[in-house]
Ligand binder design. Structure first.
Ligand SMILES: Cc1cc2nc3c(=O)[nH]c(=O)nc-3n(C[C@H](O)[C@H](O)[C@H](O)COP(=O)(O)OP(=O)(O)OC[C@H]3O[C@@H](n4cnc5c(N)ncnc54)[C@H](O)[C@@H]3O)c2cc1C
Length: 437
């Protein structure tokens, strides 16, 4: 059984790892010059490498930790204190522990109690009742309008590029549950983990294991079309020719997958077109000194071109500080086509207003990453409309983060999903249960 996997991001590489481990013959096709996708690395002219997007491993991310230990890269794992805060009306407020929270000036004492209650309510275990409720309604009912307007609205505006009317309350349930896992009683002080050389070291270790286990990794190979006729997958067309497989798994975002199957039934394409995504523009700077003393600062100012400031020390050069300034956008947002220089100017102008001591001379490197499809946007009633791994075509499967609902589309969720999908597909292809969810 020869299985072709399209996409060498974490999903595709992890699938290749589990399938080759189980003895399957696998060929992985990635369009980029390197593997990794969102977990890729940026290399600057002086050889300095940084993660394209910052990736943290939270204390509850057990699947990532287990995989790292299986691949013998657990020594790459580092834990550190994580200080968080808010930038509200151009002022930085710490929100790193319980005393910061109790002294958070933009909220009255009563609102702080309400905010604490909202967080406790969101941590309730059963998410099912939240799937049909819009996030704004749930947050206003739980904590009141003042907190919504001051805290949640700017965060949702920034995260969803203003389009959060149909986002279900499960989003906040998943987000709060994930973020509160970094805090430990009694002080609620935060700790996060990361891989010393970034998630790219996990991608590298996985792809080496795939090859060791008999798999083949081909890049850059861009798949241009998946030929489906007679109700089954026939072949995969790339820019260099056609390839035949017994089964094909598309480990790519749903809109990219839809483009590859023009021969699919109109009803299936219509179902795929319902799947919405967020894009991302993310400048990254390497500075010769710290910008802030925080791991993350969330901005509530709607005029800011970026929504968050994420800062880490460079793992191999401790005097270098890496600062990410992400902006989530709709995939067709005008900012996507704006030249890097214009983005640099707009972003730095705002940064200098927030940090008057910041000087451009402190920047060692500056780069802008853009991705059209970084995160699926779930709408209310998503649990009933989840895309299946088994497509309507024999031998053709789809595996992506749009299927991990109600969990957030994290690396942890990606690894768990890839493991389940590998098991289900093997069972279906080897004559077991045909019901791949
Ligand atoms: C800014 C940001 C921060 C994040 N932070 C965290 C974090 O802190 N912790 C965490 O756990 N998770 C985090 N995540 C989530 C994590 O990155 C994703 O869950 C994970 O990367 C999803 O991987 P993927 O393989 O599904 O997608 P991708 O990484 O997008 O991979 C898809 C791959 O398919 C390839 N491809 C597409 N079309 C074709 C084609 N036609 N032919 C061949 N190849 C093709 C692409 O080039 C790409 O390499 C973050 C994500 C982002 C964007």
């Amino acid at each position: 059984m020869h299985i072709g996997i399209i996409g060498g991001g974490l999903m595709g590489v992890t699938l290749a790892y589990y399938l080759t481990q189980a003895g399957e013959q696998v060929t992985l096709l990635e369009q980029g010059p390197t593997l990794g996708g969102l977990n890729g690395a940026l290399a600057f002219s002086d050889g300095l490498a940084v993660a394209r997007y910052q990736h943290a491993i939270l204390p509850n991310d057990r699947a990532v930790r287990k995989l790292c230990s299986e691949l013998h890269i657990e020594q790459e794992f580092v834990m550190q204190d994580a200080y968080s805060g808010f930038v509200h009306r151009s002022k930085v407020y710490a929100l790193s522990n319980i005393s910061d929270f109790l002294a958070f000036p933009p909220l009255s004492m009563l609102d702080r109690v309400r905010l604490g209650r909202t967080i406790l309510q969101a941590r309730r275990r059963d998410w099912r009742g939240l799937d049909q409720v819009p996030v704004q309604k749930w947050l206003e009912d739980a904590g009141g309008k003042t907190i919504f307007n001051l805290i949640w609205q700017p965060l949702l505006e920034a995260k969803f590029d203003g389009e959060y009317a149909h986002i279900p309350a499960t989003y906040i349930w998943a987000w709060i549950n994930r973020m509160t896992s970094i805090r430990r009683l009694p002080q609620l002080k935060g700790r996060i983990g990361y891989l010393r050389r970034g998630h790219f070291s996990l991608i590298q270790a996985l792809s080496e294991a795939v090859v060791k286990q008999g798999g083949t990794v081909k890049n850059p190979v861009r798949v241009r079309e998946i030929d489906i006729s007679g109700g089954r997958v026939q072949q995969v067309r790339t820019h260099t020719g056609a390839m035949q497989f017994d089964a094909v798994i598309a480990a790519i975002a749903t809109p990219s997958f839809a483009h590859l199957i023009p021969g699919a039934d109109a009803s299936y394409l219509a179902q795929l077109s319902q799947s919405k995504y967020l894009g991302l523009i993310c400048p990254v700077m390497v500075l010769d000194r710290p910008l802030t003393s925080y791991w993350t600062l969330n901005l509530t100012d709607p005029t800011s071109p970026f929504s968050t400031i994420i800062e880490t020390v460079h793992p191999e050069h401790e005097s270098y500080h890496i600062v990410y300034l992400p902006k989530y956008t709709s995939p067709d947002n005008d900012w996507m086509g704006v030249p890097d220089e214009t983005i640099r100017e707009a972003w730095l102008t705002h940064l200098k207003q927030l940090f008057p001591d910041f000087r451009e001379e402190q920047i060692k490197h500056f780069a802008v990453s853009r991705s059209r499809y970084v995160e699926p946007v779930y709408a209310t009633h998503s649990s009933a409309n989840r895309l299946r791994v088994q497509t309507p075509y024999t031998g053709l499967f789809l595996a992506n983060t749009a299927q991990v609902y109600p969990e957030l589309p994290t690396s942890e969720a990606t690894i768990i999903h890839a493991q389940q999908v590998a098991r289900q597909i093997r069972s279906s292809l080897n004559g077991g249960s045909p019901a791949v969810e």
